[in-house]
Design a protein around this ligand. Structure first.
Ligand code: PMP
Length: 406
């Protein structure tokens, strides 16, 4: 069992007050908080060891390079990739998806080809594909979502065609909380010769993620949503594919030799890491994974599932409340609207009581519209949330609704 108080003690921000109330942080889908050990590790490297990586022969450069590469190995093991060459450090999920849209797009997507996304994608797993389709003369297709917030898999055989080059889908929806059957989609995609990109931005902090088990070709995530630093992320890609893809950005680090006539490129993963990486952020990612491991992913998943069920149970007692997304396979994210109350007003009145939730379209406007609304309230949980915080949310929500509805 998790010792929740000692876990919370590792997050100094959780001790603060907001608007005169103890902070109840339920916006973990936007970004999680960071434990002190992640910040301290980065501070140690900034203050005591800092030197640029992969360049100098001097002591500090070697030290930072080793730490950077150890973090890469930590990430490899964390997602069960077969080689550290398959782990590319990026600026985040968005940057990873754009890398694939540009590089894979250039190598493999031709006029008349198709890219399949789902109706529950975040804008960052829609717009790069739209941009690619426009550039390449390809067509964007969309796998719809059912009323209870699952992918409508009955349409998958119709939407996958021999022209499908890539299927992009989220592992866990940032709006619905739905956990998608990625392996099933990957098997169907592979059967028509398409590759699969998984947006794991909302998965790596909640569930074990195993790229071999999922058999995905690409997988992207951001460190700031998994207790790590902002501005760093990871793109996993199968080596066999990455080898065939051209670099996306040019610069230092990604080259072997540069002549004005011709440049040769570095090996994986450096071919895709132009310029100085955020190596201290990367070291922070390694520390965040150590932190997650110290708690245990199975414990985290189980705790968040029971907190999610409790929160849904409590919220379902609120008159006029409608959940958006009620898939049996879901966790950690709950979105809803309440009749007669605008989500923005609910969010504002919750904030006055110290409770942080997200309101709006959650960067998934096509999805919120699919449910007939422009805006929702989202409660997104992390391992450090408590049963008491869910009670506080319920009481504060009832108070807010009393004020809004009179
Ligand atoms: N995909 C999903 C499912 C997300 O929730 C988010 C962040 N809200 C992103 C992609 C984008 O992540 P980032 O802004 O860190 O690149």
């Amino acid at each position: 069992m998790l010792d929740i108080q000692s876990l919370r003690a590792q997050f100094p921000v959780l001790r603060r007050r907001v608007n005169g109330h103890p902070l109840v942080y339920l916006d973990n889908g936007a970004t999680t908080q960071r434990p002190a050990r992640v910040v301290n590790k980065m501070a140690e490297y900034y203050l005591r060891h800092n030197a640029n990586v992969h360049r100098g022969v001097h002591h500090l450069s070697a030290l930072c390079t080793d730490a950077n590469e150890r973090a890469r190995e930590r990430v490899r093991a964390f997602i069960n990739a077969s080689s550290a060459e398959e782990i590319i450090f990026t600026a985040g999920t968005t940057a990873g998806i754009n890398l694939v849209a540009n590089s894979f797009g250039e190598a493999f997507v031709r006029p008349g080809d198709e890219i399949l996304v789902t109706e529950m994608e975040h804008h960052s797993n829609i717009v790069p594909w739209q941009m690619l389709c426009r550039r390449a003369g390809a067509t964007l297709k969309v796998l719809p979502v059912t009323d209870d917030g699952r992918l409508d898999l009955s349409l998958l055989p119709v939407l996958l065609t021999p022209r499908t080059r890539l299927v992009a889908l989220t592992r866990l929806s940032n709006v619905l909380g739905t956990i998608n059957p990625v392996r099933l989609v990957a098997d169907a995609a592979h059967a028509v010769g398409a590759v699969v990109l998984v947006d794991a931005a909302q998965a790596v902090q909640h569930l074990p993620v195993d790229v071999a088990g999922l058999d995905c070709d690409f997988l992207a995530f951001s460190a700031h949503k998994m207790y790590g630093p902002t501005g760093v992320g990871v793109l996993y890609g199968k080596k066999s594919l990455l080898d065939k893809m051209p670099p996306w950005q040019g610069g230092g680090e990604m080259v072997r030799d540069v002549r004005f006539e011709e440049t040769t490129y570095n090996d994986l993963p450096f071919k895709f890491e132009a310029g100085t990486p955020d190596f201290i952020g990367i070291i922070g990612v390694g520390e965040a994974i150590d932190f997650i491991d110290s708690v245990g992913m199975e414990e985290i998943t189980a705790r968040e599932r029971s907190l999610t069920l409790l929160a849904r149970d409590r919220l379902s007692t609120v008159p006029g409340l409608r959940f958006h997304g009620e898939a049996p396979e879901s966790s950690s994210v709950i979105s809803f609207t309440v009749e007669g109350a605008h989500p923005f007003d609910i969010g504002t009145l919750l904030d006055r009581q110290g409770i942080a939730v997200r309101t709006g379209h959650m960067c998934a406007a096509p999805l919120t519209r699919r449910f007939g609304v422009e805006s929702m309230v989202r409660v997104s949980l992390a391992m450090y949330n408590t049963e008491e915080e869910i009670d506080l949310l319920l009481r504060a929500l009832l108070r807010a609704l009393l004020m809004l509805r009179g």
